[in-house]
Design a protein around this ligand. Structure first.
Ligand SMILES: [Zn+2]
Length: 417
């Protein structure tokens, strides 16, 4: 059996035990996904006594993290039991991202519901990193104020960066933005200017996958999400959980050893065939398209044969790269995210053809390729979910903050302008 005592062998401290039991109980409410859960179900699910559950529930109610909401699921006999679910006020997570042609900011509440989503036109590729970070910080401050108007307190922010990220802060390399060694986490924390809103940085493909996982309730338990706003990335979900520790740079997988040079310094990378701007360029449209997926879609609708050929070539490249991945991990669904979600009708067939020819298990276990539900919004929503996840996993820090009469922490009124 799992022991809670620390490795030193000293008895567990009373306050550590309280904190541990609180996390355990709160997790049951989070996992119920807004289906009201009763105190007796919490006792059964955690193995804690009814008095302990009552004390913890009172503490969570007072802190405004949960609310009493309708009858619980198990109303087998007698009077219906009062159900508990996550509050829609209180802590909130802030997500920020750079996408083709725009910056975006998103706020989600504790339930994971999007409460604020805003865009600003921006061409991140042609601007210095500092200017882009200033614009993102401005949007973050607006979002924090909008959240406060809805009785939400932003407890942290996550920035979805299209590139390689180290130590959850430094964008080591984002070739399509021209960024090298940009400490975006430190810069955004400073520019937003609120000690209560620390900023961490994550890879946009991984965060898109988190957003799609959370958004798609009936999704399969294992899927690959391929997205391509700038660099083509891939996130993997296995057994209902995002796979951690993989780099996800699908765009720099070799698809043709005789292929053209790539911005990464290698040649024949998938990016050269299936990047949205590269598809436009292959069709003879070199201009700076603010939203390349929309531009491609418009050209296809106008019946451009060169764009159709470029899309076919992109689908073949994507199919080759994805097949390599599917020969390594067991998933049965490929979601086309980011800008690809808009172009799925012209990509699915070619990708499926390559998968049928190249993935060993595809003969017995067919792989389905389809557009991702959130599409281009997945990264910023996933980033906001990542930010609120700190409270969802452990609400003790929120509980430890000094509170106003209404249960909100005092810092809520201090969000800087
Ligand atoms: Zn490359």
């Amino acid at each position: 059996m799992h022991r809670v005592a620390p490795a030193t062998g000293t008895p567990i401290r009373q306050d550590s035990l309280r904190a541990h039991n609180l996390v355990l109980t709160f997790q049951q409410i989070v996992d119920a996904r807004q289906a009201p859960i009763s105190r007796s179900e919490l006792a059964a699910g955690t193995g804690l006594t009814r008095p302990t559950i009552s004390r913890i529930v009172d503490e969570l109610l007072t802190a405004g993290l949960i609310v009493e909401a309708g009858p619980a699921r198990s109303g087998t006999s007698g009077r219906p039991r009062v159900g508990l679910s996550l509050a829609r006020t209180g802590p909130a997570g802030l997500g920020l991202d750079i996408r083709a042609g725009a910056l975006s900011a998103c706020v989600v509440d504790l339930t994971g519901t999007v409460r604020h989503l805003e865009f600003t036109p921006h061409n991140g590729r042609d601007r210095p990193a500092e200017e882009t970070l200033h614009s993102l910080a401005r949007m973050a401050r607006t979002a924090i104020r909008a959240a406060a108007d809805d009785d939400l307190t932003v407890v942290g922010a996550t920035f979805a960066a299209p590139g390689r990220v180290e130590n959850t802060s430094v964008v080591r390399r984002a070739p399509t933005l021209g960024w090298h060694d940009v400490d975006a986490g430190a810069a955004l924390t400073r520019l937003i200017g609120s000690a209560a809103v620390p900023v961490v940085v994550g890879n946009d493909a991984a965060l898109s996958t988190l957003g799609e996982l959370y958004a798609g309730a009936p999704e399969p338990r294992g899927f690959v999400c391929v997205s391509g706003e700038f660099d083509i990335g891939a996130g993997i979900v296995l057994d209902g959980r995002p796979l951690r520790g993989h780099r996800g740079h699908l765009g720099h997988v070799l698809v043709d050893s005789a292929g053209p040079p790539c911005v990464c310094g290698a040649s024949g990378c998938l990016q050269g065939y299936a990047g949205l701007r590269e598809i436009l360029a292959a069709a003879g449209h070199d201009g700076p398209a603010e939203a390349p997926a929309v531009a491609i879609d418009a050209l296809v609708s106008a019946g451009s044969p060169t764009v159709l050929r470029a899309l076919d070539r992109a689908a073949t490249g994507l199919g080759i790269a994805i097949s390599g991945l599917l020969n390594l991990v067991e998933v049965d669904t490929v979601l086309l995210g980011g800008g690809y979600s808009l172009l799925a009708s012209w990509l699915v067939e070619g990708i499926e053809r390559e998968i049928r020819d190249r993935v060993l298990s595809a003969r017995w276990t067919p792989v389905q390729v389809r557009p991702a539900p959130l599409g281009p919004d997945a990264a910023v929503i996933g980033a906001a979910l990542d930010a609120i996840d700190t409270v969802r996993r452990d609400p003790n820090r929120w509980l430890a903050q000094p509170r106003r009469q209404d249960g909100q922490p005092r810092q809520a009124s201090q969000s800087s302008a």
